[in-house]
Design a protein around this ligand. Structure first.
Ligand code: IPM
Ligand code: MN
Length: 352
């Protein structure tokens, strides 16, 4: 029997509502597979910041290090200036806990509508491995003469051999483990970003040639990647890319898999504490209405179980999700044919 300590950050807006449904499903799957979990709530988010003036308490990172995983709802509050909570909570945790992979499965499930004409579940099933601790997100740079006509703003992308290599290795492993097309596509911009993506490209081929001869290597510029994701998503198996490109293409990925209602992501430190979240954000206009789709948050639970090594439990959650999605009218908030809590109940019941 396994015992896990899980930190729960409901966060802002609809975050707590969808997390509640995810925990409902976790309870059901845990009792079925005899998994023991202990949940500890943390009140990080916009409300706490507005109340206390503090984004994260000083002990937050060291406290969170004591857990096996973090389950996050959403961060973002309409009354807080953009950037404060994102940088102060989400990015800080990713960096401090060295969650160097942002894992985003792009999978279209049966009965889920995609905006792509003539594409179905057999065409949309790939994974984006986004580097999560470097690149333009590091915040390297500065400005001078701010507010004057001579203002200068510099923001630099940081790419280290170590950071790039560990991300690329993870992506190769991922392609091997999936055992589907056995193809890893590097998404970059080697024709313009000739320093950063030169490092990425050399590392990609060196690591691939040495340690992953069984995995086919492909390359696509980021602009072309967005084009192929729409036109021929079936070409992709695993895509590896840097932090900013990954941020952009995974929102496109979320749309082609049926929208923010079902897109989940993992911030992974393979030897540390990982954090799982629905990627849709706090959706203030739907808050408290019991209309938001909790499927993405339930998908985050599935990813968490998988990362913890509870494969059977993870698969059981996915099977239950698929069954419930068959009964839903839409994946969009307010149009599902069921309420948030009803969907949670249905998935939990299907798991049991
Ligand atoms: C994401 C989000 C974040 C990011 C924001 C909220 C800082 O868009 O997880 O993709 O840019 O990484
Ligand atoms: Mn994003």
């Amino acid at each position: 029997m396994s015992m896990y300590k899980i930190a729960v950050i409901g966060g802002d807006g609809t975050g707590p509502e969808v997390v509640r449904e995810g925990l409902k499903v976790l309870d059901a799957v845990n009792s079925k597979f005899d998994i023991k979990m202990e949940f500890t709530p943390f009140d990080f988010g916009g409300e706490r910041y507005l109340r206390t003036g503090e984004v994260l308490p000083e002990t937050a990172v060291s406290d969170l290090r004591q857990f096996d995983a973090i389950y996050l709802g959403a961060i973002g509050h309409p009354d807080v200036k953009p950037g404060i909570l994102e940088k102060g909570i989400l990015l800080k945790l990713r960096f401090e806990l060295d969650q160097y992979i942002n894992l985003r499965p792009i999978k279209l499930y049966p009965n889920v509508e995609t905006p792509l004409k003539d594409k179905g579940p057999e065409h949309i099933d790939f994974v984006v491995v986004r580097e999560n601790t470097e690149g333009l997100y590091v915040g390297a740079g500065g400005n001078m003469r701010k507010g004057t006509p001579h203002e200068v703003a510099i923001q630099t992308s940081i790419n280290t051999r170590m950071g790039v290599e560990r991300c690329i290795r993870y992506a190769f492993e991922c392609a091997r483990k999936r055992n589907k097309k056995k193809t890893l596509t590097l998404c970059g911009k080697t024709n313009v970003l000739t320093y950063a993506f030169d490092l990425w490209e050399r590392t990609f081929h060196e690591v691939g040639e040495q340690d992953f001869p069984d995995i086919k290597r492909e390359y696509a510029h980021v602009d072309a990647t967005t084009m192929w994701m729409v036109k021929n998503p079936e070409w992709f198996d695993v895509i590896v890319t840097d932090n900013l490109f990954g941020d952009i293409i995974t929102d496109l990925g979320a749309m082609i898999q049926g929208g923010m209602g079902i897109a989940s992501g993992g911030n992974i430190n393979p030897s540390g504490v990982s954090m799982f979240e629905p990627i849709g954000g706090s959706a203030p206009k739907y808050t408290g209405k019991n209309v938001i789709n909790p499927m993405a948050a339930i998908g985050a639970v599935m990813m968490m179980l998988d990362t913890l090594g509870e494969k059977k439990a993870s698969e059981a959650v996915e099977t239950a999700m698929v069954g419930v999605m068959q009964q839903m009218k839409s994946m969009s908030a307010g149009k599902m044919g069921y309420s948030t809590t009803e969907i949670g109940d249905m998935v939990a019941k299907a798991v049991s």
